[in-house]
Design a protein around this ligand. Structure first.
Ligand code: NAD
Ligand code: FES
Length: 295
C-alpha cells in the first residue's frame, strides 16, 4: 500500500497529493508518469509526476477530477492509501540526456496550460537545481484555476502568468504570451509545451512559425498506460507511436494533433473503439498487436 501523506485541493476539481512511494521516488525523472489504482475495483489512472523527494521517499501527483475514478480519488485524505502506485513509466524528458554544459547555453521556454502546469514544474525545478533558469508561461481560464504559481516562481527565470478572461495578470491564452515574448526580441532554443491537446497544437503551430523546436507531452490521450489498450496511438512524423510506451514526450512539430484529438473522441464510445480496432488492425495496440488487450 502507498500512503498519502498530504492531500490538498489546489483549485476547483484540481487536487495535489504527496504519496509515500520510496522506489518510484528514488528513480523517477522529469517527464515520466505513474499509474495509480485506488483498490481492486479501481481503474488504472496514468498521471505525470509533479514533484519527488528522493530522501523522504515521496512522489507528488496532481490530478483533475473528471470521471468516477478521479472523483473517488479526490475524496482520499492524508492517511489513506493507494493499492498500487506503479512507476516510473515512460521516457524521461529527452533534454535530460544532453550534456549539461551544452544545456546551459540554451534558452528554454516552458508553456504550461492549466493542469499541465504540474508536469512542467519538475522540469523547471531540475533545470534550476542545475543552474539553468528557464522562462515559464502559466495559463488558466481564470484566476482561481492558476496552480503552483509560488512554487514555479521559486524555480523559474522569468514567470509569466496569464488568464483567458484577464482576471489575473496578463489577459489572453498562453500563445498570446509566446507571441509577445517573440515580438519583444526573445529568442528560444527549445520550447516545452504541456497542457490540453488543443493548447499544444496551437502552441506548436506558433513555435513552428517562430522556428522554435518544441516538445509536447501526450499524457492526456493515455488511458491504461500499458501499451495494451490502444487509446494513446498517435502519428509522429508519419510513424505510429504510443504515448505511454514511446513517450509521453514527442517532437510537437511532428505530431498529428488533429488525428490524436479525433481518436480521443472516438475512443470514448464502444462503437468508436470497435471502429478504431477494425481500421487500425494489428497496429491498434502498442503491446503485442492483435492480443485483444483492451477487451
Ligand atoms: P484549460 O482548457 O483550462 O486550458 C489551459 C490553458 O491552455 C488556457 O488557459 C489557455 O491559456 C491554453 N489554451 C487552451 N486552449 C487553447 C487554444 N486553443 N490555443 C491556445 N492556448 C490554449 O485546461 P485545463 O482544464 O486546466 O486542462 C485540462 C487538460 O489538461 C486535460 O485535457 C488534461 O488531460 C490536460 N493535461 C495535460 C497534461 C500533459 O501532460 N500534457 C498533464 C495534465 C493535464
Ligand atoms: Fe493504452 Fe497507451 S494508454 S496503449
Amino acid at each position: 500500500m502507498y500512503k498519502i501523506l498530504r492531500a490538498e485541493m489546489l483549485a476547483d476539481k484540481i487536487y495535489l497529493m504527496d504519496v509515500e512511494a520510496k522506489r518510484v521516488a528514488k528513480s523517477c525523472q522529469p517527464g515520466q508518469f505513474v499509474i495509480v489504482k485506488m483498490d481492486d475495483a479501481g481503474e488504472r489512472i496514468p498521471l505525470t509526476i509533479c514533484d519527488y523527494d528522493r530522501e523522504a521517499g515521496t512522489v507528488t501527483i496532481v490530478f483533475q477530477s473528471v470521471g468516477e475514478s478521479t472523483y473517488r480519488m479526490a475524496e482520499l485524505k492524508a492517511g489513506d492509501s493507494f493499492e498500487d502506485f506503479t512507476g516510473p513509466l515512460g521516457r524521461p524528458s529527452e533534454w535530460l540526456s544532453e550534456d549539461i554544459e551544452e544545456l546551459k547555453k540554451k534558452k528554454m521556454l516552458f508553456v504550461a496550460g492549466g493542469v499541465g502546469t504540474a508536469p512542467v514544474y519538475p522540469q523547471v525545478k531540475w533545470l534550476h537545481e542545475h543552474g539553468i533558469d528557464a522562462d515559464v508561461i502559466i495559463g488558466a481560464k481564470t484566476k482561481d484555476l492558476i496552480i503552483l504559481e509560488k512554487e514555479m516562481e521559486a524555480v523559474a527565470g522569468n514567470l509569466y502568468v496569464t488568464t483567458d478572461d484577464g482576471s489575473y495578470k496578463h489577459h489572453g491564452m498562453v500563445t498570446s504570451v509566446v507571441e509577445e515574448l517573440a515580438e519583444a526580441g526573445n529568442k528560444y532554443d527549445l520550447c516545452v509545451a504541456i497542457g490540453p491537446v488543443i493548447m499544444m497544437k496551437f502552441t506548436c503551430l506558433l513555435t513552428k512559425k517562430l522556428g522554435i523546436p518544441t516538445i509536447v507531452s501526450m499524457n492526456p490521450i493515455m488511458v491504461d498506460g500499458t501499451g495494451m489498450c490502444g487509446a494513446c496511438r498517435l502519428t509522429v512524423g508519419g510513424e505510429v507511436k504510443f504515448a505511454c510506451v514511446d513517450g509521453p514526450e514527442f517532437d510537437g512539430h511532428l505530431v498529428d494533433f488533429d488525428q490524436a484529438m479525433k481518436r480521443q473522441q472516438m475512443y470514448k464510445t464502444e462503437e468508436g473503439r470497435a471502429l478504431l480496432r477494425y481500421q487500425e488492425g494489428k497496429t491498434h495496440h502498442g503491446g503485442c498487436g492483435m492480443c485483444g488487450g483492451d477487451k
